[in-house]
Design a protein around this ligand. Structure first.
Ligand code: TXA
Ligand code: MG
Length: 345
């Protein structure tokens, strides 16, 4: 790392120019978005994009999202945008939403993993928007983490992991949302959710009249070839410790089951809501949100998953939530963190 730009406590956005210059020179910049931090590079510069894959240890068939700051930039990289796609863009951009569109030839193959589509997102974080505008190029950026690890939602969590791999770091404190954007592709004029996020199926249905939730969101893939979003194939978000996810609509049932499981281990660790903390017999309980406050849970979950290994538990037991609204995105990440080790009762 060469440059650290601290914008946590300052409104002085002048320094974003330094980061924009790095992008133009083909270097990597760690920057904030409202969802998670991204590792950005000039999305039209093949060599620079290749360095993102190297920095993350990411498989080349897993395409990157191009981050844009206005409609002109979308038109530079995508074509044949349908009426419904425009409707979704105007409803959810800027914001935690990614749309998969037919790509133009200007987009390098390395960005899209050779697909004829490209993922496009216009973040709402002001620093991100300014950076893209000043760099005057779409910024390719995956979540800021080594592949397989939980995405970075504050610089502290990822500093050691990534400091030697990027040229510039912009620190904007904690990300507001904490889970990555909703990824949508319109197929036969119906929006399909390939990855759930803060923009919920209900919100998409309200705009489009219809929505399909891809079956892979909560299930293990039987046939990897059929996957619409290559990122769904890979292990993700997992701590080193063994994890299990437990959910029941009936809170008492869930608590009892978690207590039963924890008794079978020497050093269990439980991730729970604040209201349930005292119901557990186990010593280590990380209570990270108020029950039903899914925004609080999504904001804290990746930081917590990164922290659990420090307790050297022999099992991490995680309370599940209802798979509605933002709960769908949270359960999608937790099921993967637990490598499909999931019990619903
Ligand atoms: O919130 C976010 O989306 C964050 C911030 C940094 O913007 N970015 C992010 O990027 O989560 P990444 O690379 O970690 O995840 C992108 C996901 C992957 O699952 C990838 O497979 C999928 O989007 N994706 C990208 N382009 C695609 C395409 N053309 N077709 C299908 N899926 C695509
Ligand atoms: Mg990621």
């Amino acid at each position: 790392m060469n440059t650290y730009i601290d914008l946590k406590s300052s409104n002085n956005h002048m320094n974003i120019q330094i980061a924009a210059k790095s992008i133009k020179q083909g270097k990597l910049v760690l920057f904030p978005t409202e969802t998670v931090y991204g590792i950005g590079a000039d999305g039209l510069n093949k060599k620079a994009v290749k360095n993102i894959f190297i920095a993350k240890g990411r498989k080349q068939d897993n395409p990157l999202i191009l981050h844009v700051c206005n409609m002109d930039m979308i038109n530079r990289i995508a074509k044949n945008i349908s009426k419904l796609e425009y409707k979704l863009i105007s409803a959810f951009f800027p914001g935690p939403f990614t749309i998969i569109l037919e790509r133009k030839d200007i987009v390098p193959d390395i960005v899209t993993g050779g697909l004829d589509t490209v993922g496009i997102r216009m973040p709402s974080n002001e620093i991100a928007l300014k950076l893209i505008k000043l760099a005057n190029t779409p910024i390719a950026a995956p979540s800021a983490n080594i592949s397989g690890k939980p995405s970075g939602t504050n610089i502290n969590d990822i500093f050691n992991e990534l400091k030697d791999k990027v040229d510039t770091i912009i620190d904007d404190g904690e990300c507001n949302i904490g889970v990555e954007s909703t990824v949508v592709r319109v197929i036969n004029n119906i929006p399909h959710i390939l990855r759930p996020g803060k923009i919920t199926p209900e919100q998409i249905k309200e705009v489009a009249g219809n929505v399909v939730i891809d079956e892979h969101i909560l299930q293990k893939l039987d046939n990897e070839k059929d996957v619409l979003s290559p990122g769904m194939k890979y292990k993700h978000y997992a701590p080193n410790s063994k994890c299990i996810l437990i959910y029941s609509k009936d809170n008492n049932k869930m608590v009892n089951k978690i207590n039963d499981i924890s008794k079978e281990y020497k050093k269990p660790l439980i991730i729970s809501c604040i209201e349930n903390k005292d119901k557990y017999l186990c010593q280590n309980v990380l209570d990270i949100y108020h029950k039903d406050n899914l925004d609080e849970l999504s904001k804290n979950i990746f930081h917590t998953l990164r922290k659990v290994d420090l307790y050297t538990p022999d099992i991490v037991i995680i309370e599940g939530v209802k798979k509605d609204g933002l709960g769908l995105a949270i359960m999608n990440r937790l099921i993967r963190a637990c490598e499909y080790n999931y019990i619903e009762i």
